[in-house]
Ligand binder design. Structure first.
Ligand SMILES: CC(C)(COP(=O)(O)OP(=O)(O)OC[C@H]1O[C@@H](n2cnc3c(N)ncnc32)[C@H](O)[C@@H]1OP(=O)(O)O)[C@@H](O)C(=O)NCCC(=O)NCCS
Length: 144
């Protein structure tokens, strides 16, 4: 399925009191990248997608003013009315070691209620795609 990549330059107005990137700003960028990824994967009008849940974002490294943060969003799980996107963030200084990762779930709505999005994706059978799918299955199970 298609992925989405967004980039943001960290500016002084994005920093917290420690002088590193404010988690609230990073979360906003994560939801934005995930929304673009979800909309692209489902190919539906953006007005039909709402954010249901931001699942435990983990911030493992900091970014500072002047860093360019790249967010990579890929579909991790597709249900009947929902889609869950996995997002990772990178800065060039850390190479391919992500400074954040997490999942964001969106639901397709019609008249304010969940509605089928019409995209059917089979459960993956191997590799990273299966690992992510299983991670989302665990998150979905936790809510019960
Ligand atoms: C999104 C919304 C329409 C869902 O309503 P709902 O009655 O919970 O919908 P459903 O029970 O039919 O669930 C819809 C999907 O979400 C999944 N879901 C529901 N609760 C979940 C949870 N806590 N965690 C993960 N997935 C969940 C369901 O499994 C279902 O997915 P599937 O059809 O792919 O299997 C409703 O919660 C809503 O309007 N929320 C506000 C959205 C919003 O304003 N977002 C912006 C926030 S600032």
């Amino acid at each position: 399925m298609p992925r989405a990549i967004t980039s943001h330059l960290v500016r002084s107005s994005d920093l917290n009191h420690h002088g590193t990137l404010f988690a609230g700003r990073m979360s906003e960028w994560v939801v934005e990248a995930a929304f673009i990824g979800a909309q692209r994967a489902l190919g539906i009008d953006p007005s039909r997608l709402v954010c249901l849940k931001i699942h435990g974002l983990t911030f493992t490294r900091g970014a500072v003013s002047g860093d360019t943060v790249e967010l990579r969003a890929r579909p991790a799980h597709v249900g009947r009315t929902s889609i869950t996107i996995h997002v990772e963030a990178f800065i060039p200084r850390y190479g391919e070691e992500a400074l954040l990762d997490g999942f964001v779930t969106f639901v397709c709505v019609e008249d304010g209620r969940s509605a089928p999005h019409g995209v059917v994706v089979e459960r993956p059978t191997e590799g990273e795609a299966l690992r992510l799918w299983e991670a989302v299955e665990r998150l979905r199970a936790q809510r019960e």
